[in-house]
Design a protein around this ligand. Structure first.
Ligand code: PLP
Length: 413
């Protein structure tokens, strides 16, 4: 047991120890956190749909009609009418031939990357991609070239080096911890040039931007160019689960090869129904997306007025990059003491030296709440850290040291 105690002690000493906090009641703009009322500024329930009455009712009704669980994997007896119906609606929404449900975004990324990148081939992955993509690359056993964040020149260089062994470029559509958007046009162009596929993980794109909230790929007009689009039901759509959009042929291939689809139980009917109701609400009321974007602008402006600018952006993810893990954690605790919950994000979730408060807005926040939050957070961040955040905001894409670009694979170990 001493090895575990030593490891925990080590995490504590480095300011990286984590624990779970507990929310009572549903996920709204205000919650009870460990028994205390706070304004919530770190949930991915962007459109406030997780506790929408229609979403809740849909889950309850599906539970009464189809039961609590799917009982088996998709390929055995777990594919129910409700799964197929949501897949059809997602395909129509995203403008693809086929959508395929997976258990979660994490499972989708693991399964798809492993299916599309084989040993001996090379996957090209953005340095700030989500951990589930990193793990997918590791599991695939393919060689992985990690290009500097959103750096098309570096990606082009890597593609040249691979000398025809390239199979897949994979990128977040909206980067989960930075909120910026991938340069999809340039990526697609390079992919065509080098004959490799493109996979976009748009977990934070759906419901946050693009025409009718259809996400980064639709925003770039690249629906026909991106080979695989991964989306989740767990963020803007307020439920749980994920889907992969692709052409029919790739879908058939994934059904036969994606191990996380084959060897894991199908999504529970209530989660499917909740995601479907949320998708309906998004389509009926795209104003929610406009409200979300306005809220993002309100928070960004209020923070800048208080000397705490975030990098420019339109998504609900507003990062205040402080640098040091302990300083970021202390700011979280101080803000909590004043009723605002803004979780510090530390390595290995983000690269060393870029610990941050990752603020997220919801469409259900009021402007007054966001201004109040900005004031509280600005007061909770010490002057020196405010300066560091401002510096990062002005230069959001610092040239990385090429020798360090493989670090995020090592960090995830
Ligand atoms: C949250 C997230 C995932 C994982 O999705 P889950 O459904 O929560 O497993 C994958 N990729 C990105 C970019 C994410 O932000």
């Amino acid at each position: 047991m001493t090895d575990i105690e030593t490891a925990l002690e080590d995490l504590r000493e480095r300011g990286l120890y984590r624990r779970m906090r507990m929310i009572s009641g549903p996920q709204g703009p205000r919650v009870l956190l460990d028994g205390k009322p706070v304004l919530l500024l770190c949930s991915n329930n962007y459109l406030g749909l997780a506790d929408h009455p229609r979403v809740r009712e849909a889950a309850a009704e599906a539970s009464m009609r189809y039961g609590a669980g799917a009982g088996a994997s998709r390929l055995v007896s777990g594919t129910m009418r409700i799964h197929r119906r949501l897949e059809e609606r997602l395909a129509e929404f995203k403008g693809c031939e086929r959508a395929l449900l997976f258990g979660s975004g994490y499972l989708a990324n693991l399964g798809v990357i492993q299916a599309l990148a084989r040993p001996g081939e090379v996957v090209f992955s953005d340095a700030l991609n989500h951990a589930s993509i990193v793990d997918g690359c590791r599991l695939a056993g393919a060689e992985c070239f990690v290009y500097q964040h959103a750096d098309l020149e570096h990606l082009a260089w890597g593609l040249e080096q691979a000398e025809g062994r390239g199979s897949l470029i994979v990128t977040d559509g909206v980067f989960s911890m930075d909120g910026d958007i991938a340069p999809l046009e340039g990526i697609v162009e390079l992919a065509r040039e080098h004959d490799v596929r493109v996979m976009v993980d748009d977990a934070h794109g759906t419901g946050t931007h693009g025409p009718e909230g259809r996400g980064s790929v639709a925003a770039a007009g690249m629906e026909d160019e991106v080979d695989v689009l991964v989306g989740t039901l767990s963020k803007s759509l307020g439920s749980y689960g994920a889907y992969v959009c692709c052409e029919r042929r790739i879908a058939k291939y994934l059904v036969n090869t994606a191990r996380t689809l084959i060897f894991s139980t199908a999504l529970p009917p209530p989660a499917v129904a909740a995601g479907m109701a949320a998708l309906e609400l998004l389509r009926e009321e795209p104003r929610r997306v406009d409200k979300l974007q306005r809220n993002s602008a309100v928070l960004r402006e209020a923070l800048a007025e208080r000397g705490l600018p975030a990098p420019p952006g339109i998504t609900p993810i507003v990062p205040l990059v402080i640098g040091d893990a302990e300083t970021a954690m202390a700011a979280t605790e101080r803000a909590l003491g004043r009723g605002v919950f803004a979780q510090a994000i530390r390595p290995p979730t983000v690269p060393a030296g870029t610990s941050r408060l990752r603020l997220t807005v919801m469409a259900s926040h009021t402007k007054a709440e966001l201004r109040e939050a900005a004031a509280t957070i600005a007061a909770a961040v010490p002057a020196k850290a405010r300066k560091a955040a401002a510096r990062y905001a002005l230069n959001t894409r610092p040239a990385a040291d090429p020798g360090r670009v493989f670090d995020h694979l090592a960090d995830a170990a």
